[in-house]
Design a protein around this ligand. Structure first.
Ligand SMILES: *Cc1c(COP(=O)(O)O)cnc(C)c1O
Length: 969
């Protein structure tokens, strides 16, 4: 036999958990002959694709990294002084390695299970405290998707809280960043808000204005005093949002002190790489009285079952899973990992360090301004922080551009011939010298920064100097050596359960492997240091990645067009619905505004539909959890003239491939509607079926689920939309960079390609798996889910299954009988799982009182067996309560989770042993994950909302009254 020259290190065998022997054993358990036979039982033949994926063959990890390095080299390393909301920054290496590149931080889930998430909850509380302090406002959330969407969220919030419910005008200062203006406009139009863009100094308020957006400093760098405008706005019952640069706020009077009601902005320049536009965490701060209206997640302080301080996500009742179409926003995945990085940047530098950085950036800008003025150019800004707008003298903009190109420098070129320069933390004296040369600053002899500097005083000496202190909390003072910060970062990480501990079987969230090789390119300087508005001939490497990824996603979904712009699944939903809306409008169907949504839909669906200006009509589900075809038909008929779309999740949110999906699509099409597929469950389809082939018109994908981008503890995410040919012309555009269809809708994100940096991860994932590996992954995901479902079926009821009794890639366990009979809920099971070292499955969604389990293909049989054992042991504990051998309140289920402190404390008097409490299964002896707090009291925290770092006293008390006092003092 000839020698086989193919490689041995196939990535698929590392990505996919079960070995061949495991697969056989699992198939035996399931009583099927082959994996293909199982898949045939799970997926209706009618929707199976008849052609395999046509993708380039799989490459090894090493080959992938070489290719990534090569493409990084094709991004030109110009110095970008473009500004516009994106600044160069130095990511402290300790933060890069110990957070960004540390799976104990990036593989975590959103901190719904607070008891095993105290680490990142603390980091996020630090983030909120940082934002509150720097903006001078009262409360802040734990991040939004980007600055532009944060401004749009502010507009929407002001529109909800205005006393003048009839007023429809939102005024936007013309000197906001252009992408911010575009995104606000795109958000406003569908909900009937009229955006007026103009000069805030001359704007005349009237009865119709409910809010204002200003930028501080302005997009071209000026520091304006907005006190009068805030006053005039308030006199006219309008609210004010200020988009502000956090670094500038270390030197300037904060928005909260000049009268702003809301402050928004980006925290990118706090140590988060440019990455060609993202991901970056935006912030949102406002006054306490608007707390119930704040979009996104807020972290709050509460107490645990023993009265100790504990953190958790606050005010969940504002969110889409509860309020659906009436939710405060559709934000689900946000930018947690990036918010954690930014907060650690502030922790590391502290207030003095940040002020030093800001002062240096300002001093450099002052030197630049002075030198340019010596040359005869004039600086348009009376007062500035880090950005100048230069009116040229004796040289044309074209000549500057040519000189800048020669020096590999990017500047901002305004239409009126002026030139913008924006400096940052990475700028050196050499950079200034180069800029002087570009601007022809010779003044008889060549200018040097060090010479200009001799005549200037350091520091910001203009108006609106900051007088109040910030970051006074000890956390911003204690960790400024690398040793201390390293230990702090790891201390927090140890409090959190992540994929480095055990599988996170979250139905619908697809917490699969985030391959190391796929993540390595996001640290390559050729990718990290690229400004999103850099000229296209400098970004060929990125463009190749974007094109290859888009092509692969189109092939996988069976669609024609792809936009990578949306920064989350929910943002994709909104974008997809806007595309449908634009399609109808282009056909003259302005009145098509009804969106049919099954009652089982994810809460973001109705929330997104409302944002897209659609009227949500709910469609029933039948007893099997499927969309009720009869009800759908009746409603499609009833709304035939106004039907815009059906939003459907496939396989269904109940984890089943519905047989009649094509019929559903046909009904909607007959009545002139379009079908939107929520692609969160694409992990059950890749390589086996294509939504574009069974009647869907547009879908979003969650690259942070199906395509291996880590969840980051609640973001980043990428939610691209894929469209059939007739919808592709409407894919979102961008005001600065040409992208999208030829009848593009306005942008849905600040950056043209959204979170471009992390699209590398999905690009790498697809390349390393290839067509066969991707398809095998899907099949294995289905196998793993069916295996657990089968193993647990003697102990729990599985709520829904398909015609052959099979589930798709996830399934629902019914706990409702226990709740009803003995008052043990899915919560109790979730908390007890923590003692076993497991994160709970998705709780109470899509069915209240249940757990939805999704193991993914990455988990081995050994891990699946451990999880099953934990669930079976828990079932035994439930039985002990059922047969009354243990008192409910004193059962391990109600006492869970158990902390080390509780176990070690003298005087144990519970009816089960300490040993069983702490080591409820064998493996926990060798590898114990300790929850750091007992069960967290949500109601207490919501009643006493504290969303900034509490005073040190609160950390030291375990007395409820003292805690309350410390928190509210
Ligand atoms: C995760 C998910 C979403 C929302 O995606 P985000 O990225 O969190 O915005 C929407 N629908 C379903 C079914 C999901 O599972």
């Amino acid at each position: 036999m000839a020698i086989d020259l193919s490689v041995t290190d196939r990535f698929a065998s590392r990505h996919i958990g079960p070995s061949d022997a495991d697969v056989s054993a699992m198939l035996d358990t399931l009583g099927v002959d082959s994996l293909d036979a199982l898949v045939d039982e799970a997926i209706p033949a009618s929707i199976r694709s008849d052609r395999p994926l046509d993708l380039p063959p799989a490459v090894t990890e090493r080959a992938l990294l070489n290719r990534a390095q090569e493409l990084a080299g094709q991004n030109d390393s110009h110095r970008s002084f473009i500004g516009m909301g994106y600044s160069g920054t130095v990511t402290p290496p300790v933060i890069q390695r110990d957070i960004l590149e540390n799976p104990s931080w990036y593989t975590q889930y959103t901190p719904y299970q607070a008891e095993i998430a105290q680490g990142r909850l603390e980091a996020l509380l630090n983030f909120q405290t940082m934002v509150i302090d720097l903006t001078g406002l009262e409360i802040a959330n734990a991040s939004l998707l980007d600055e532009a969407t944060a401004a749009a969220e502010a507009m929407m919030m002001l529109n909800r809280i205005t006393k003048r419910q009839k007023s429809r005008t939102f005024f936007v200062a013309e000197d906001c960043h252009p992408q911010t203006i575009s995104v606000v406009q795109s958000r406003a139009e569908p909900i009937g808000v009229n955006v007026v863009v103009g000069d805030p100094n001359t704007f005349e308020f009237n009865d119709d204005v409910f809010g204002v957006l200003l930028q501080y400093p302005t997009t071209d760098g000026s520091i304006e005093n907005y006190r009068d405008i805030c006053e005039r706005a308030h006199e006219n019952d309008a609210y004010v949002t200020v988009a502000a640069d956090l670094l500038a706020l270390t030197l300037l009077t904060p928005p909260g002190e000049i009268g702003a009601d809301v402050a928004v902005g980006s925290t990118q320049r706090f140590g988060v790489p440019l990455g060609f536009g993202g991901p970056h965490a935006a912030y949102f701060a406002t006054k306490e009285r608007h707390k119930r209206q704040v979009p996104g997640r807020m972290i709050g302080v509460s107490k645990d079952a023993e009265g100790n301080m504990a953190l958790r996500m606050a005010l969940q009742t504002r969110e889409q899973h509860i309020r659906r179409g009436r939710a405060t926003s559709n934000i689900c995945t946000a930018q947690v990992l990036l918010a954690v990085m930014a907060s650690m940047y502030a922790v590391y530098h502290g207030p003095e360090g940040l002020k030093d950085i800001a002062t240096r950036v300002h001093d450099l800008t002052k030197i630049l301004a002075n030198g340019l003025e010596q040359t005869g150019h004039s600086i348009r800004n009376d007062h500035f922080f880090d950005t100048l707008r230069v009116d040229l003298d004796g040289i044309t903009q074209d000549a500057i551009r040519e000189a800048a190109e020669a020096h590999k420098i990017n500047l901002r070129y305004f239409d009126d011939g002026s030139v913008g320069v924006s400096l940052d933390e990475t700028v050196s004296a050499d950079d200034l010298d180069a800029l002087f040369t570009v601007f022809g600053a010779t003044n008889g002899k060549k200018l040097y920064a060090k010479d200009v500097a001799t005549d200037l005083d350091s520091g910001y000496d203009g108006p609106l100097q900051r007088e109040t202190s910030y970051l006074d909390h000890p956390v911003f003072h204690k960790y400024q050596s690398e040793t201390e910060l390293t230990r702090y970062i790891h201390r927090l990480a140890r409090r959190d359960l992540s994929l480095t501990q055990s599988m996170i079987p979250l139905g619908s969230c697809t917490m699969k492997l985030n391959p190391t090789a796929a993540l390595m390119p996001i640290s390559m300087p050729g990718f990290t240091d690229v400004h999103p508005f850099a000229p296209s001939d400098q970004t060929e490497g990125y463009r190749a990645v974007i094109e290859e990824l888009s092509d692969s996603l189109a092939e996988i979904t069976g669609f024609d067009g792809v936009s990578l712009q949306p920064n989350s699944g929910a943002s994709g939903e909104y974008a997809g619905l806007l595309v449908i809306r634009a399609f109808h409008r282009a056909n003259g169907d302005k009145n098509r505004t009804v969106c049919l949504i099954p009652e089982s839909a994810h809460g973001t669906n109705p929330a997104s539909a409302t944002m897209a200006g659609m009227k949500v009509v709910t469609v029933d589900c039948d007893d099997n959890g499927d969309v009720d075809l009869e009800d759908l038909t009746a409603k499609a008929e009833k709304h035939s003239d106004e039907l815009a779309a059906l939003m459907v999740t496939y396989p269904s949110t109940h984890g089943v491939f519905e047989d009649h999906i094509q019929e559903l699509c046909d009904v909607v099409h007959e009545h002139g509607g379009q079908v939107y597929m929520d692609g969160a469950n694409m992990n059950a389809q890749v390589g086996l079926c294509r939504p574009g082939e069974f009647g869907i018109d547009v879908c979003h994908l969650n690259l942070h689920k199906t395509f291996s981008i880590p969840h980051g503890g609640g973001g980043p995410g990428v939610g691209p939309i894929c469209t059939a040919k007739h919808l592709s012309p409407f894919l979102p555009g961008h005001p600065i960079v040409e992208t999208g269809g030829d009848q593009a809708i306005d942008p849905v994100s600040a950056a043209p390609y959204g979170s471009a940096l992390i699209t590398l991860i999905s690009w790498a994932y697809i390349k390393m798996l290839g067509a066969d590996g991707l398809t095998q992954s899907t099949k294995t995901a289905i196998l793993n889910a069916n295996y657990i479902a089968k193993r647990l079926s003697d102990h729990y009821d599985v709520v829904y299954s398909g015609d052959h009794g099979r589930v798709a890639h996830e399934f629902i366990l019914d706990l409702r009988p226990f709740r009803k009979n003995i008052d043990i809920s899915e919560q109790d099971v979730a908390k007890r799982l923590m003692d076993f070292g497991y994160h709970a499955p998705t709780m109470s969604w899509p069915v209240v009182g249940t757990l939805m389990v999704e193991p993914t293909e990455s988990e081995s049989k050994a891990e699946l067996d451990r999880f099953c054992q934990a669930m079976i042991n828990i079932r035994t504990e439930i039985e002990e309560v059922e047969n009354e051998s243990v008192d409910l309140d004193r059962s391990p289920l109600k006492q869970a989770p158990h902390t080390a402190e509780m176990i070690a404390r003298d005087g144990w008097d519970l009816p089960y042993s300490r040993e069983r409490a702490a080591f409820p299964a064998d493996w926990t002896r060798a590898d114990k994950f300790w929850p750091t707090v007992r069960r967290v009291d949500d109601a207490f925290g919501d009643r006493n909302l504290i969303c900034a770092c509490p005073p040190m006293e609160a950390y030291q008390t375990d007395d409820e009254e003292d805690l309350k006092e410390a928190l509210t003092a």
